[in-house]
Design a protein around this ligand. Structure first.
Ligand SMILES: Nc1ncnc2c1ncn2[C@@H]1O[C@H](COP(=O)(O)OP(=O)(O)O)[C@@H](O)[C@H]1O
Ligand SMILES: [Mg+2]
Length: 345
């Protein structure tokens, strides 16, 4: 097949997406596909695109790793000179995507993961991997996901949503977890222990967006469960060596120990996997996703969120879960394309 692997973009997870894209493109090339690895925002300067799938275009040649901090998006925006400022899609991106059999969404965060690009592609008749616009939108907004979890009896930490105008002194439970409603990769997430830390954490979170979710802190083990084609993979346990699973711990190799399959009583494993599959249904997800949970010492578990375009980087969780069932990275990427193609039958 001719496949565009779409990466980059303008979210705080831009760098993660580029590393996902690079690795996915390599796997798809190995599997025999013709690939164009394209930055959705920067686009492709040359208008001569007729042979784009035979030249192995790859914009990531000089990019090897993810930094310790999320990138400066204002600086990235200034770098683009070849397209109208208000258009998210870079030069020739729409044309090249129309030429593909399918677009592999190697994007994380914001427009690439929140349903906006999915809806645009639906209208343009461009096929893409992963969830559609409704599932993407519901999963990306942690406030909406929580409402859906509560309505469908999916256990989730108690929480409250604040906008920048709201009185935050009504929140009185510490420690708590502060997170921007539409963020990802723990960018802007903090765990304040008292009111002063809480006020600072809220200021920081509001610098990312106007809607912030505050949750009760659940002390426990951190688990994540991939769901492919509606079926749960083995559970992975994430043990950061220091602190919580923040941006640095997520992407710098060696800072967390991942255990897969997680060592849990059989009945807890079964319940968690069933709940992950239910979340996939509740949020109307397609093809694949990864659902995050916390398990407390009494084996009560709480769903934190669903990731519709989970990372596929060298430290990412979904590939490790697939490997635990004997599915290699290259095979997994192929399965994700095949499952996504089924949406269009
Ligand atoms: N209610 C909570 N209790 C304890 N830790 C939490 C809670 N919510 C989030 N965390 C921690 O913050 C991390 C990021 O939160 P999450 O809701 O998964 O958002 P995202 O991964 O999209 O940034 C989690 O992996 C976990 O380490
Ligand atoms: Mg998460």
């Amino acid at each position: 097949m001719n496949i565009v692997v779409l990466a980059g973009g303008l979210s705080t997870e831009r760098d993660v997406s580029i590393i996902t894209g690079k690795k996915v493109a390599k796997a798809l090339r190995k599997n025999g596909h013709k690939i164009c690895l394209l930055d959705v925002y920067m686009g492709y300067d040359n208008d001569d695109i007729a042979d784009i799938f035979t030249i192995d275009y790859d914009f990531t040649k000089d990019i090897d790793s993810i930094g310790e901090k999320a990138p400066d998006i204002k600086a990235i925006k200034k770098m683009r000179t070849n397209q109208a400022k208000q258009c998210f899609l870079g030069k020739n991106v729409e044309k090249i995507c129309r030429m593909a059999d399918i677009v592999f969404m190697a994007l994380h965060g914001d427009v690439g993961e929140n349903g906006q690009l999915q809806a645009t592609f639906d209208i343009l008749g461009i096929k893409y991997t992963g969830s559609g616009y409704i599932g993407s939108g519901l999963a990306m907004n942690k406030s909406l996901s929580k409402k859906m979890f509560i309505a469908d009896n999916v256990p989730t930490p108690e929480g409250q949503v604040f906008t920048a105008q709201d009185d935050i002194t009504t929140w009185n439970s510490f420690p708590c977890v502060v997170k921007p409603c539409s963020g990802g990769s723990s960018v802007g997430v903090s765990i304040p222990n008292n009111r002063t830390e809480f006020e600072n954490a809220m200021r920081e979170a509001f610098s990312f967006e106007d809607e912030v979710l505050v949750e009760k802190y659940v002390k426990g083990r951190e688990l994540s469960i991939g769901v492919v084609a509606g079926k749960a993979l083995p559970i992975i346990e994430i043990c950061p060596k220091e602190g919580f699973y923040d941006y640095k711990n997520k992407y710098q190799a060696g800072l967390t120990n991942d255990i897969c399959p997680a060592v849990l009583p059989d009945d807890v494993t079964a319940q968690l996997q069933k709940t992950a599959e239910k979340v996939y249904q509740t949020l109307r997800l397609d093809a694949y996703a990864r659902i995050d949970f916390i398990l407390d010492k009494d084996n009560n578990f709480y769903c934190l969120e669903a990731n519709t375009l989970p990372g596929m980087t060298p430290t990412s969780l979904l590939p490790q879960e697939a490997l635990a069932t004997g599915i290699s990275y290259d095979e997994l990427v192929e399965i994700l394309v095949e499952e996504s193609m089924k949406k269009y039958l």
